[in-house]
Ligand binder design. Sequence first.
Ligand code: 3H9
Length: 696
Amino acid sequence: MSVVRYEPAGEIGYIVVNSPPVNALSVAVRQGLLDAIGTFAADDARVAVLYCEGRTFIAGADISEFGKAPVPPFLPDVIAAIEASTKPVIAALHGTVLGGGLEVALGAHGRIGLNGTRVGLPEVTLGLMPGAGGTQRLPRAIGIEKAAEVITSGRQIGAAEALDLGILDALSDAADARTAGTAEAQRWLAEGRAPRRLSEVPAPGITDDALAALRAKVDRTARGQVAPLRALDTMIEGLSMPFPAAMQHERSAFLALMQTPERAALIHAFFAERAAAQMPVNARPRQFQRVGIIGGGTMGQGIAAAALNAGLDVTLIERDQAAADKALAGIARMQDEAVKRGKLSQVDRDAMVHDRFRAGSDYAALSESDLVIEAVFENMDVKQEVFRQLDQVCRPGAVLATNTSYLDVDQIAGVTGRPQDVIGLHFFSPANVMRLLEIVIAEATAPDVVATAFALAKAMGKIAVPSGICDGFIGNRMLLAYRTAADHLVLDGASPFQVDRAVTGLGFPMGPYQVGDLAGLDIGYATRQRKAATRDPRERVPVFADRLVEAGRLGRKSGQGYYIYDAESPKGRPAPDVDDLVAQVRSDLGLTPRSFDDEEIRDRYMAAMVNEAAKILDEGIAAKPSDIDAVLLHGYGFPRHKGGPMHWADTVGLDRIVANILSYAADDPYFWALSPLLEKLASEGRRFADLNAKSS
Ligand code: 3H9
C-alpha cells in the first residue's frame, strides 16, 4: 500500500500519510506528498486536511537516509508545492511533530493540534539545522527571538505552549487528527478563508544589540557544538534575503552541516540509544504494575519517583516507620518540585503521593508486589539479608532486582531459592532524572525477567543497556579506569585543576575532581581503605586525595575539597593550597614531577577509557560497542556531539590510540596493559563500528 494517499470526500480532500513507525519523510513519503498535492489541485475539494495515521504526525526527515546521497524530490520543494496550493491545506497534528514534520506543517496554511501534541525543531540535537524552511518560516510565524530559542535548543514544546507561541492556530480535544482536521476545514470553508503563506509574511527584524546578546547566549549554551550558532546565523542572514534566496542559503548551510563529524557523532548517538533498547532475549515481559522498593535513601526515593511517574504503584520499605515517613516526605518534595516546573499536574501529584504510594517497615506488605527493587547500603551481607527476606515474603514469579552498582548479582541471587527471578537494575542518581539504566543479567536470570526489565525501562522513559557481571559493570568499571588515569597524571605532575580544565575542554560538563567534590571525596576514600589489604603492589594510590579527606575536606558537602564552595563561588573555585598539598605528596613519594600539556592529558584520559571499554567488550560484559557509548553518554556526561568513547575512538583512529597506550606502558605496564581486542582491531585496520554491524 502507498505510504501517502489522497481521499476525496466532497468539499474536503484528505492527504493521509501512513509510514510506520513515525511517518518519517523517506523518499517515498516525499514523492507521495507531492503526488497528493497534485491530485488535490485537480480535485473538486475546496480544502485539504493533511494528517497522519499511527502514533504520530511526521516526526522528521528519515534519519536513516542521512550520510547517503540525497534523492529527489527534496523536502523544501515538496513543502513549497504544499504552500503554493491555491486552495487551503490544513495540517492536523498529533504525537511528536518534529524537524521536517514541523516544517511540513509550517508550509501548510493552518495548523490544528490534538491536546498532547508536541512540536519542535530538534535538528541541532543531530548536529544539523532545519533544512526545509524552518529557519525562515518559523521566525515569520513567532518572531526572531522565540524562533531562535526553539531552533537552537532543539527542545520539544507542549501543545499549550505551541498555541501560545503561535506555532499552532488551535487545539482540539477530538479523538483523532482526522476529526480535528475536518472540524477545522469546515470552519475555514464557512469563513471562506484563503491560504495564508508564511513565506509571504514580511521578515521580522532584530537590533544589532539584541542579536549580539542572542549570539552570546547560544554560544555559551552550545558547549563547543557548531550547529546551534550556525542555525542562528543562517536564520538571520536569510531574513534579509528574498525568500527563495533564503531557502537556497538554508539548504547549503544544512548540507554543509551534514558533512561534519559532529553530525555523524550525534546521529550515531541517536541510533546507539535505540540499538541498546533491542532486547537480547525473545520473551514476553511479566507484569510489573505493583513495584516494591527496599530502602528510602536518595536512590530509593528517586526510583520510587521514576516508578510513580511511569504510572506504577509503589510500596516502599524502610527499617522503621520514622525512616519510611522521611522517604515519603522526600518523594512528596520531589513531586512538588515537578509540579513547580510544570512537569506534573497537582492532581497527578496528589494521586501519586496519596493513592499510589505506601511506605512502611514490614516486608509482608510486599507479598503482592510484581517487582521489587532493592536499594539499600552497598554491602554484600546487607544485600544478601534483604534477598533472603524477599525470598520469604514475595509471591512466586515476582521479579527481584538489586540496584547494586558493583556487587556480584550471582552471589545475591544465590541466597534465594529462585535465582531465575533475580536481576540487577543499576539506576543512576537522581534516578527520576538520569536516563541510564544498566540491566545486569545474572547467570540464572530467566529471559522473561530480562524482558520485564526492558519493559520497565521503556515505561520509565529510560535508556536500557544490558550488562554482564563484573566489578562496576560497564559504566563504573570504565569510570575507575579513566579516573585512575587522571590520578596518575596528578601524581606525575599535572594539577587537578589543569586536568579538570582539559577534560571539560573535551566537552564533559565536569572534570574528574569536580565530580569527586560533588559526589563526596569520602566515597573514594572508603573504597580505597576497603581494598587496601588486597591491593596489588603495582597499583598507584592517589595519596593526595586521602590527605584531603583526612583533613576533613570531603568536597561540596563540607564546603571544601579540591575546590572551595561558598557564597562567593557556589559552584566552586580552586582551593589555593591544593597544588602545594599535591607537591608535598609527590615529594613524600619521591616522585619527580613533569609537565603535561592539555592534549596529553586528554589523550591519556581517553586512552584509559577506550582500553577498558575494549576489555569489557572482549569479556562479553557489553554486547556491542554502541551500548558502551549509550552508557557513557547517559550516565557519565560524555559529550553527545562526540558520539561516545567507541565512536570517538573510531574517529581518532584505533592505531593512534594503541600507539599512545604502548608508549605510556613503557613507564607503567601494569595500568596500561593493552586490550588484546583493541590491539587486534587496530592491526587489522578495523573500527569498533564494524563490531556494531556484526552484532545488529
Ligand atoms: C530533520 O527533520 C531535517 C529537516 O529539517 C530537513 C530535511 C531536509 N527517521 O525513538 P523511538 C525510528 S532531522 C528514521 O524508539 P519513541 C527509530 O529509529 C529529523 N527513523 O520511539 C525507531 O526504530 P526501531 C528531526 C526514525 O516513541 C522507531 O522509529 N526529527 C526517526 O520513543 C521508534 O523510535 C527528529 O530528530 C526518523 N526521524 O519516540 C526526531 N525517528 O524501532 C527523532 C524515529 O527500528 N525521533 N525513528 O529502533 C525521535 O525523537 C523519536 O523517535 C520520537 C518517537 C519522539 C519521534
